[in-house]
Design a protein around this ligand. Structure first.
Ligand SMILES: [Mg+2]
Length: 406
């Protein structure tokens, strides 16, 4: 938690930056008895992070330090034909002399600074959403982060292709490439932007994971280095919990600062949901029949009416592509805070989440639970336990295991 006194001070700074009228100390003292103190801006979790990003010299120095160290290692990486920065599971194409050299950089908060967008959210009391994010990207005003441009240009001069592997949506490719080019980043061709939605033949991408796109680069290139502000920029994370994140990075610790270069992002990232075991929706669920549980490598759905039953479980130690069955919950519950109905859907893995989404989007599946539903069920809370068979890395149709109304 941030200290309240610091937040108050930073609120004042942000208001000043935003051009809002402020009284001088003299005015405040003189008018103290004449008018109530003006209400300050609402507390905002992102304020301190944005202030650090935009004003702390330490922020700039960390970026310069990382890119400088990387630049100094580039020559050795280029000369060593065994040097490769792809994690084992993404290196499908064995290394050979005909592979061209490349580096993979994430875009946001790795080479481009989007803190003006974050500041805009803070100043307007808004949270991130796809629409305002898309608007910001289309403005093409993101500036290079310290050291990034010099590194990328230096790499290009050595004949190294810079790939921009980003979770910006593929439809933002035009604006993003224009932004990068206008800033002076080397863009060999439009194909070096690999955004979210890039189709990779023969590779099943799960959500926003970047593994398939890394593997795609590896088909034609030896990847000397990777840069990012999330560990998902370097390797896939099977379970986004503190422990799962440690596990994903553990085999590659020796590569940190040599092949993998990590940059700081205090504003947002996968570290946030990991704080809550990835369960943002817990508050909305309240007391309920089913819950997601974890015992060691086993993630399972607990039924309070049969708590010893572990049949709805997935073992995370098993390779993701070898899973044969997954389970999910779909809940429609009254949020006690907003007094509105909220629909939640999630699986033990991405396969279950896909099946839950299919259940919600097809009325035929909804009808399968209405036959056993109590009267006036449309006004009640409902939880649905779903199973799905996984075949060759793809989820099958959702199957209702049990529906519970209350
Ligand atoms: Mg990023």
């Amino acid at each position: 938690m941030r200290k309240p006194i610091l937040s108050i001070a930073l609120c004042s700074l942000l208001v000043a930056c935003a051009g809002a009228p402020r009284k001088s100390a003299h005015d405040s003292a003189a008018g103290a008895s004449a008018a109530p103190a003006p209400a300050g801006p609402a507390a905002n979790d992102n304020l301190n992070a944005v202030a650090w990003t935009q004003t702390a010299i330490e922020h700039d120095l960390v970026y310069r330090e990382v890119y400088r160290v990387a630049g100094e290692k580039l020559r050795a990486a280029l000369k060593d034909s065994t040097w490769d920065a792809l994690p084992n599971r993404d290196r499908k194409q064995p290394l050979h002399s005909k592979l061209k050299p490349a580096v993979i950089v994430d875009i946001d908060e790795t080479v481009l600074d989007n803190s003006p967008y974050q500041a805009r959210l803070v100043a307007n009391g808004k949270a991130y959403d796809e629409f305002t994010w898309s608007e910001w990207c289309r403005e093409k005003r993101a500036k290079p982060l310290p050291g990034a441009l010099e590194f990328a240009q230096g790499a290009a001069k050595r004949g190294i292709t810079v790939f921009y592997l980003s979770n910006r949506a593929q439809d933002l490719n035009g604006a993003t490439l224009e932004n990068l080019r206008a800033d002076g980043f080397p863009v060999e061709n439009d194909g070096v932007f690999l955004g979210l939605g890039t189709v990779v033949d023969g590779c099943e991408q799960n959500g926003s994971e970047k593994g398939c796109r890394r593997a795609l680069v590896g088909r034609t290139h030896r990847v000397l280095m990777q840069f990012g502000d999330q560990i998902g920029d370097f390797a896939n994370v099977l379970a986004n919990t503190a422990e799962g994140r440690q596990k994903a990075i553990a085999p590659y610790m020796a590569w940190i600062g040599t092949r993998w270069f990590v940059l700081p992002n205090p504003s947002y990232g996968s570290w946030e949901p990991a704080l809550f075991n990835n369960d943002w929706s817990l508050r909305l669920m309240g007391p309920r029949r089913f819950s997601f549980e974890r015992t060691g490598d086993t993630f399972w759905i607990k039924d309070v009416q049969n708590p010893s039953d572990r049949s709805h479980a997935v073992n995370y130690a098993m390779p993701y592509l070898k899973l044969t069955e997954d389970f999910a919950l779909v809940s429609r519950v009254l949020d006690p805070v907003t007094e509105r109905m909220v629909v939640l859907a999630g699986g033990l893995t991405g396969y279950g989440t896909v099946a839950a989404g299919e259940f919600l989007s097809n009325p035929a599946y909804i009808e399968t639970i209405t036959a056993s539903a109590p009267s006036k069920w449309a006004h009640k809370n409902v939880e649905v336990l779903i199973s799905t068979k996984v075949i060759n890395g793809k989820s099958g149709p959702p199957k209702v295991v049990l529906a519970h109304f209350w």
